[in-house]
Design a protein around this ligand. Sequence first.
Ligand code: AHG
Ligand code: MN
Ligand code: MN
Length: 342
Amino acid sequence: MPFLKTSSLVTIDRHIVEEGAMHPEATGELTRLLRDLTLALRIVAHDVRRAGLNDVLGLTDDVNSHGERVKRLDIHANDVIFRAMERGGHLCVMASEEVEDLMHIPQQYPKGKYVLVFDPLDGSSNIDVNVSIGTIFSVYKRLESERTDAGTLDDVLQPGYRQVVAGYAMYGSSTQLVYTSGNGVDVFTFDPTIGEFLLTFEKLRIPQRGKIYSVNSGNAHKWPQGIRDYVTHLLKPSADGLRPYSLRYVGTMVADIHRTLHYGGVFMYPQDATMPKGKLRLVYEVNPMAFIIEQAGGKASDGQGRVLDIVPTSLHQRVPCYMGSFDDVCEVEQFLVNGEQS
Ligand code: AHG
Ligand code: MN
Ligand code: MN
């Protein structure tokens, strides 16, 4: 077997411990929480890899809170994450895309000072056809950290700028974990032979401007005028070579954001005539990604302002989403304003 080729051998566990050591006041609770979470991600990664062999593809008979038929792997991933996290004593409450209400920590287990929100499997429509899917997660501190009882909806509905940690796992040609605790964005790649996530990219920076746009163009007839004008603009060749842009759209937010982080450009899920807030959910999809994008030097907007400043009012609320390279997202915002004025 060839030698492992990474510049330094830093596992995700070591990285988290070292980050914790930068905060002398830290109790180690967050470190333990993340250790449990990465175990869950390893299990989900394993199960995704064997999905075509184990009988877990296809639909259940259930419909989720968004009226979508639930895939079996979504529910399985949801269960794995809940079971890995329920007994650690770090969390006071959890919330997931797949569960209508808050997910409370069972009575027999201690409650801690953190809140976990997650999208157990992102990219459901791609599960059955072996295209990249992912898991998105985010951690907050509960509002009153001294409490030891169950967390509440208010603990979950905090603005995104209060996130302590956010990340995603992408089950692609390899499994990668992209993670921030507000100290830049680091990328870990899973080595299945030793069962560890190893640091493979430190302090990832998104290009200031890209040449790729990512959006479901099938909705173009319903978009606001500003977005139609923007895309027309991107496709028009320019003398300076900045345009035309290429279109890339996987249909898995994790994968589209992952590419955007590396290559730059813009990922969008706009509001439209039938979806006034777009499709994506603020709490467990857009906010974690917005935190990561900002930490990589990019920008995340709902078309009018910073995503991370929005105060959520309900668990599954949707939000229009424009995120990626700083200059590209500034340009979209400008087109949206102009579109409203015309
Ligand atoms: P999920 O699988 O968690 O429901 O999320 C799917 C989301 C997101 O991953 C993706 O960007 C978007 O849905 C794609 O939607 P369209 O198929 O409407 O383009
Ligand atoms: Mn999703
Ligand atoms: Mn999902």
